[in-house]
Design a protein. Sequence first.
Length: 176
Amino acid sequence: MRAKPANFHAASGWSGLLLDEAQQAKNRQSKIYQCARRLAAPVKIAITGTPLENNLMELWSLLSITAPGLFPGPDRFREYYARPVERQGDTERLAQLRRRIRPLVLRRTKEQVAADLPPKQEQVLEVSLTPRHHLVDVLHAACAGHPRPLLLRADRTTEAVGGSGPLLRVMPDPEF
């Protein structure tokens, strides 16, 4: 769903809302969250690989879209669940939260998902490099593990420059 004017989506009749990559709606200040929250649909489903990355309020945001009314407003959720769990390590409150959301959250680990995936397929496509591309490839290989970035000069000489990690800086070439 793209963020459009507030009444754009509300004017249409919706039988459901499926938020794929729902982590885009975890910030309750964002327009995507606000639009998804206001959209009138009898069924709302959020799919994400990262339901929370930073704090429990991200989980509250997704649940306020998919199960409005399950939890109180954000301030009360923060005081009752987020702060005790995040700041004090309250395991009882965390267990209570998990029990409350268990019927609504389908969680599968990477190990569980991997069994359902087909074997990895690779396609190797060999291409011929021009002499200029080959030079960049050689320099890139030379930079691997180099403690400082290399600068490729216009005269094709190199110089180690200051920096914090391996990096290849190539002078602009209009033919690339």
